[in-house]
Design a protein around this ligand. Structure first.
Ligand code: PLP
Length: 421
């Protein structure tokens, strides 16, 4: 993570010491690097310069308005999966005609909202949904642009919870049924078929599943041409992995090299939906050590961040590097095999397990690395813990882009009925 480096023994984000941020906004807090975000987006976008394309950033990876605005100014579109994400995208100034809407359970309200805003297209996941969109569009006297999300039955070789393109997965329409579903779509009067969509999973560390899936989709595009359905948009999804530990994920240029020859004669706009690869290594979670605790056969570092702030270790057994904010230069500093755990009352509440690390003293700060994607966006108020602050660093300045929640925020919207008075 080139924008998070030690200078004079202190971990910095760009030119700002993380300690200075923690002193000002408290801990835990998420800290993002403006430079990393720009670089990641630009390198992704420019890798595909030779192909007409749209980079629709997957908002669910990190949906903070400031980050969305930054990406909007770079010309990013958005991949959304809910009405709430549409609202955020619009608030951030992302052009509606650069927004694509996926998800297996779109409600009538969400479909109406998206039609009213005139988004680029719906990525439709079932025939029931095709009919629902047709019905809602008809009632609004509109035509809805749709792409069908195809499940190519390709193993992305990633964690099962983030594999989405296998036969048994809830996502998309099976490749065998695809032609039939397209035929159905052509009979529905309030739909305009404009594309094909696939997204096989997240944290992909190999190009080959991506290419195999694309080949299957291209076969379908050919068959569709045979029945008079011309595809204008080919949405190949997101899923590019990042380095958490020792992975060697493909870079956007690798992906471009692999797919450019396959699509060069296709008169089609390609859509990409990267999330993790744009923001994952742009952010860290800064937390403070509260206590040490040694059970007979375990050492615990108890910190002030917990699974409600960053659920990936608990949910996926995900690895995040954890490093002291003040560099552990003292080689004599005791290293221990420790679990880094939070205050939440769950045994699943850990940020690291059996990790060989310096035994930081209570009061010291730690940075949980590679926490920019699926970190804050998956945070909850479990155990009535206010959600933490988010900070954006740009060069030598930093800006709070989401205030730490207060206790009053925790009960907002709750009411005690009169009969309990
Ligand atoms: C989550 C998701 C993405 C983004 O995946 P990343 O692994 O973060 O790049 C893209 N497309 C769809 C449909 C998604 O659900």
């Amino acid at each position: 993570m080139p924008d998070f480096r030690y200078q004079d023994g202190e971990l910095h984000c760009e030119a700002v010491p993380l300690r200075a941020i923690a002193d000002k906004v408290g801990t835990p807090c998420y800290v993002y690097s403006h430079a990393t975000l720009l670089r990641q987006f630009r390198s992704f976008d420019s890798a595909f310069n030779e192909i007409p394309h749209l980079v629709a950033y997957a908002i669910k990876a990190n949906s903070n308005l400031a980050l969305l605005r930054l990406l909007a100014r770079e010309g990013a579109g958005a991949d959304i999966v809910s009405g709430g994400e549409l609202y955020r995208a619009l608030q951030a100034g992302i052009e509606p005609r650069r927004i694509v809407f996926a998800g297996v359970g779109k409600s009538d309200d969400e479909i109406r909202y998206a039609l009213k805003t005139d988004i680029l297209m719906f990525n439709v996941e079932s025939s029931a949904e095709l009919r629902a969109i047709d019905r809602v569009a008809g009632a609004m006297k509109m035509k809805a642009r749709v792409a069908l999300r195809i499940n190519p039955d390709i193993d992305p070789k990633t964690h099962p919870y983030i594999s989405t393109g296998l036969k048994k997965s809830k996502f998309g329409i099976s490749a065998e049924r695809a032609l039939e579903e397209f035929k159905l779509a052509t009979t529905l009067p309030h739909l305009e078929i404009v594309g094909v969509h696939k997204h096989i999973g997240s944290q992909l560390t190999q190009v080959s599943p991506f290419v195999d899936a694309l080949k299957k989709i291209l076969l379908l595009v050919e068959q569709l041409a045979g029945i008079g359905v011309r595809i204008r948009h080919l949405n190949v999804g997101g899923g590019l992995g990042i380095i958490y530990q020792d992975e060697t994920p493909p870079q956007p240029q690798d992906l471009a090299q692999a797919i450019a020859p396959l699509v060069k004669d296709l008169k089609c706009m390609l859509i990409f939906e990267p999330g993790r690869s744009i923001v994952g290594n742009a952010g860290v979670l800064v937390t403070k050590v509260l206590y040490h605790k040694a059970n007979p056969d375990k050492t615990f570092l108890i910190v002030d961040a917990a699974m409600n702030d960053l659920i990936r270790p608990a949910l996926y057994g995900a690895y995040h590097e954890i490093t002291p904010v003040r560099e552990a230069r003292d080689k004599l500093k005791k290293r221990v095999l420790a679990d880094v755990v939070g205050p939440v009352c769950e045994s699943g509440d850990f940020l690291a397990k059996d990790r060989m690390m310096p035994l930081s003293d209570p009061g010291e700060l730690l940075a949980v690395m590679s926490a920019g994607a699926y970190g804050f966006s998956m945070a909850s108020n479990y155990n009535s813990r206010p959600r933490v602050a988010e900070v954006l660093v740009r060069g030598g300045e930093f800006h709070v882009i989401r205030a730490r929640e207060e206790y009053a925020d925790l009960v907002r919207g709750e009411t005690i009925p009169a009969f309990l008075n």
